[in-house]
Write a protein that binds this ligand. Sequence first.
Ligand code: HEM
Ligand SMILES: *[C@@H]1O[C@H](CO)[C@@H](O)[C@H](O)[C@H]1NC(C)=O
Ligand SMILES: *[C@@H]1O[C@H](CO)[C@@H](O)[C@H](O)[C@H]1NC(C)=O
Ligand SMILES: *[C@@H]1O[C@H](CO)[C@@H](O)[C@H](O)[C@H]1NC(C)=O
Length: 328
Amino acid sequence: MNNMLMVTFAMIISCYISIGISEARLKVGFYNKTCPDAESIVGSIVRDATEFNPRVPAFLLRLHFHDCFVQGCDGSILIDNGRISERIAVGHQGLRGFDVIESAKAQLEFVCPGVVSCADIVAMAARDAVAFSFGPNYEVETGRRDGFVSNKSLAGRMPDFRDSIQLLKHKFFDKGLNEKDLVVLSGAHTIGTTACFFLMGRLYNSSPHGGPDPSIDQDFLPELMETCPPNGDINFRLPIDHNSGEAFDIQILENIRSGFAVLQSDAKLMDDPVTKRILDSYFMRFPNQTVQPSFEADFVKSMVKMGRIGVKTGPKRGEIRRVCNTFN
Ligand code: HEM
Ligand SMILES: *[C@@H]1O[C@H](CO)[C@@H](O)[C@H](O)[C@H]1NC(C)=O
Ligand SMILES: *[C@@H]1O[C@H](CO)[C@@H](O)[C@H](O)[C@H]1NC(C)=O
Ligand SMILES: *[C@@H]1O[C@H](CO)[C@@H](O)[C@H](O)[C@H]1NC(C)=O
């Protein structure tokens, strides 16, 4: 009898502990009870915004990456606190989609005030962005809370398009992400565009000898030079995934492998034996490889991993903002 009591007691305790822990973690369906329509509301806002502007999915996917890499996925990128704002940092140049997050937030505040964090809206919107671009569907974890800090000086370690592959790897390692995450998340460049601004150095003044980056395919180079001429408009935009910029697909990885990368950071993935091998693994079967990996499946795994970077969970950390661009 005594033993039975002990066992029951231990079960109650362990149950209590596991609830305590799980409450402080992200989970799929965090808002099932508190705001059951949260995900469908975000989805319909993203769909409407995409119908109005087909570039929206790319904005939203990139926004989640930039949120997560500074201070964790905590909505810090959304804050507008004037000249100190994280979002005006050089490393965040070209980011858009803030208005879409804000309108999702407004609708969510109407339906279930004070419940859904801005950081989660960004994560859900990124998931929907991939789905609406004919990419893989996945379950997004939620339960992030919004942070209290936005300071542009904290964005200094954002991965930069001019970084060496070593530096890119290190910046990902610092966030708990590995080479595979670096490769497949760079695959997000399967949708979206870049300004010529990010290509000029690569086309006309590539280190160490100047001139074009020799890793650019010889047939592709004249096309890029015509799109982004030396004294042309640096704000002119071109697809990052050559010939396949609309849909989410594996073409981006094939382009990177064959000299058709547009962004320098993507091209650099061929400079390192580990990242190169990961790229190759999606197209050829190595002797020690039993199954062909799937870009879509691996992308989803890495997105979930990225979505966990530095998250603030549980009632004691962060807050649920009322408006995404301002602290409460
Ligand atoms: C590995 C380091 C990375 C670097 C150096 C990098 C750099 C860039 C640059 C320079 C642009 C062009 C921005 C513009 O002209 O507005 C861009 C666009 C984009 N990036 Fe990345 N990126 C990286 C990783 C990622 C990751 C991990 C994601 C998401 C998971 C992502 C998603 C996007 C998307 C969707 C666009 C298109 C944005 C648009 O169409 O407006 N990038 N990136
Ligand atoms: C919420 O509902 C979904 C779908 O029914 C389920 O997969 C998920 O586990 C639920 N999450 C929670 C925390 O109840
Ligand atoms: C922003 O961060 C920098 C460097 O950490 C710090 O010196 C500065 O005081 C911060 N500014 C504000 C307003 O918190
Ligand atoms: C296959 O071998 C390479 C290099 O020897 C290694 O990096 C990779 O992890 C191996 N893959 C598997 C599936 O064992």
